[in-house]
Design a protein around this ligand. Structure first.
Ligand code: ADP
Length: 599
């Protein structure tokens, strides 16, 4: 059974996250487990005293004699209330600590894993399952184990008490509860099988729900009138899920009823036996009450014990998701003794016969691809969509390893460098840069966190990237919160692009890669930006992907890419003169840019 190691792993997690709280919790639970047995015992003493008092002594004496046990029952009652509050407090502290440490584990692992992990739908789902389901499970597991232990303590104490009357009474109590165990186990297994079979439906229903309530889809939902279509899809899925779950609960209800009858039969048999003995003077009234209470409480306890056992099993199934995610390892091999990153760069970067396909894809994104980016020069890559240009940048950051071939930096194979050091030496302006929902200054500082307090550096980066103007127009300037998540100001796509560019300026690493840096800018902004681009790349080794020939023409070298290969190379003038694909596209773009003749 893989349940047991999972339970240990889950408990280990709780133990490491909140050691002293867990010890306090176990102690309190043990004490709480003894309270019901003590209550039943004191009840028996009280009733015996009162029954005897009723026959032999005066009522007054009997009441006086019964005073101490009644007082003890009252105190015990208060004690158990205090205990319950204490346990709630300890558990709250424990839950917070455990959840924080699970978050830390998930976050560390999520950062450690390769970018490739996020490309795969299955692994992405795994991360979400781990995050959603498993967060509360270690504590739920502990709680269920606590209930099992506590109920077991009470049960043993109660069983020992009724065993004084007949050795088989505890067996009758437990035996009559067995069908209940069977019913609970069957329900948990069925429910799990049902959940697995319906995970896709559940996820799909969440998808439709998010389409209806998400900010990013709000505009299209209204424009294309897609609301009813999405609501209908959601309703259909919910109906499938609802029907399935209700069928499960119905089946459970029937078997529970059956199990309850058997437990009831067992209890009645025991009580009848004791009633006969009392009638024959072989047992006292207190014994009858004790046994009745013990049976009543015992069966309730067994029921909750069985339910907790079911919950333990369920928790382990969820915990499996968490531990599966935590056991994922990055695929990129980091060298044990990495070669230091060459500083300063002397030669540049060389892609040598690189062939690459994305994980899980049969399409070859780059095939037998060779390219040199000489140090201190700017290179532009142009080509149609899907030619493999962005892939090149991802390989340059070593988010993936090529299937064949090598990438060299100053003659050092990239896989001999420390990836973290390599990434520190590269600045990339991605096609869709991240919009940090933080202040404008912080958005720029994300390029180099050491500059977070250095306003001068941030301002000059913004100035260089052309972001100072838009930021200056914000209500609190650089301190204005950006993005809608926390009620901040929203920028236009082009303005966000400038802010991201400012990040690149702040970073100042020897290698700069820009993926469509001006795609959201108008031609005036682009012209202004080109001057800044020269300033940014001055003395750096840069690679720029662009659709705009007016941007590409400023690079020292231009390569045209198609289907994962380079098809033309040269300076702008050389390529225009060569009369190939570049020249033809250049002419078309120039015609498009030319003002329309007046009608
Ligand atoms: P470009 O930047 O030239 O438009 P890309 O480098 O983004 O092209 O893509 C090259 C090819 O790789 C395309 O066919 C694209 O469909 C594929 N591709 C890009 N990203 C992924 C990915 N994450 N997983 C699988 N295939 C991808």
């Amino acid at each position: 059974m893989k349940c047991i190691p999972l339970i240990w792993q889950g408990l280990g997690l709780v133990w490491h996250s909140a050691r002293s709280w867990t010890m306090a919790w176990a102690l309190l639970l043990l004490v709480q487990g003894l309270v019901p047995a003590a209550q039943v015992y004191l009840m028996r003493i009280t009733i015996d005293i009162l029954a005897v008092g009723g026959t032999r002594a005066t009522a007054e004496t009997a009441v006086r004699m019964a005073g101490p046990p009644v007082l003890a029952i009252g105190l015990l009652w208060i004690f158990s209330l205090v205990l319950a509050s204490l346990i709630r407090w300890v558990r709250a502290a424990q839950t917070e600590l455990v959840q924080d440490s699970i978050h830390a584990l998930i976050h560390t692992k999520a950062l450690e894993l390769d970018v490739a992990f996020y490309e795969n739908a299955e692994s992405y789902d795994m991360l979400h399952r781990a995050k959603i389901d498993a967060l509360s499970q270690p504590i739920a597991l502990l709680e269920s184990i606590g209930v099992v232990l506590q109920n077991s303590v009470t049960l043993v104490a109660l069983a020992a008490m009724i065993a004084m009357y007949a050795w088989w009474l505890p067996l009758l109590l437990i035996g009559s509860a067995l069908p209940g165990l069977w019913s609970v186990a069957r329900y948990v297994l069925r429910e799990h099988a049902w959940r697995i079979a319906n995970t896709a439906n559940e996820r799909r229903s969440r998808y439709f729900d998010s389409m209806l309530t998400d900010r990013t889809s709000a505009a299209e939902m209204r424009l294309f009138d897609l609301g009813e279509y999405h609501m209908a899809s959601f309703r259909t899925l919910r109906q499938i899920l609802r029907t399935g779950r209700l069928a499960l609960v119905r089946a459970e209800m029937k078997s529970e009823l059956f199990a309850g009858m058997i437990a009831w039969g067992g209890g009645i048999a025991g009580m009848l036996w004791l009633l006969m003995r009392t009638a024959h003077g072989l047992a006292k009234l207190g014994d009858l009450v004790l046994c009745y209470q013990a049976f009543l409480q015992g069966q309730k306890l067994l029921r909750s014990l069985l339910e907790s056992a079911g919950r333990i099993y369920r928790s382990t199934l969820f915990l499996e998701n968490l531990f599966l995610f935590l056991s994922q390892m990055p695929r990129l091999v980091v060298p044990v003794k990495p070669t230091p990153f060459p500083s300063p760069l002397r030669e540049g970067i060389r892609f040598e016969r690189v062939t690459f396909s994305y994980p899980g894809s049969t399409h070859t994104a780059l095939s037998d691809f060779s390219l040199t980016l000489p140090v201190g020069t700017s290179t532009a890559l142009v080509g149609h969509n899907g030619a493999g240009k962005s892939t090149l940048i991802k390989l340059l950051c070593r988010f993936y390893d090529p299937r064949e071939g090598q990438i060299f930096i100053d003659g050092i194979a990239m896989d001999r460098l420390d990836p973290a050091e390599l990434r520190r030496s590269v600045t990339v302006l991605f096609q869709e840069p991240v919009r940090y929902h933080s202040s404008a200054a912080d958005n720029i500082a994300m390029g180099d966190l050491t500059a977070i307090a250095e306003r001068d550096r941030i301002h000059s980066a913004a100035e260089s990237a052309g972001a100072a103007g838009p930021i200056g127009r914000l209500p609190q300037g650089y301190d204005t919160l950006l993005g809608k998540w926390f009620g901040g100001a929203e920028l236009s796509v082009g303005e966000w692009q400038r802010v991201a560019l400012a990040r690149a300026f702040l970073r100042r690493s020897p290698i700069i890669a820009l993926d469509e840096p001006t795609s959201a800018m108008d031609s005036w902004a682009e012209a202004d930006w080109l001057g800044k681009f020269r300033q940014l790349t001055e003395g750096h080794t840069s690679l720029m992907i662009t659709h705009r020939f007016t941007t590409a023409m400023h690079a020292n070298m231009i390569h045209v890419m198609a289907d994962g290969k380079i098809t033309e190379s040269g300076t702008h003038e050389q390529l225009v003169a060569a009369g190939g694909h570049y020249a033809a596209s250049w002419r078309t773009q120039m015609q498009d840019l030319a003002p329309n003749p007046k009608p």
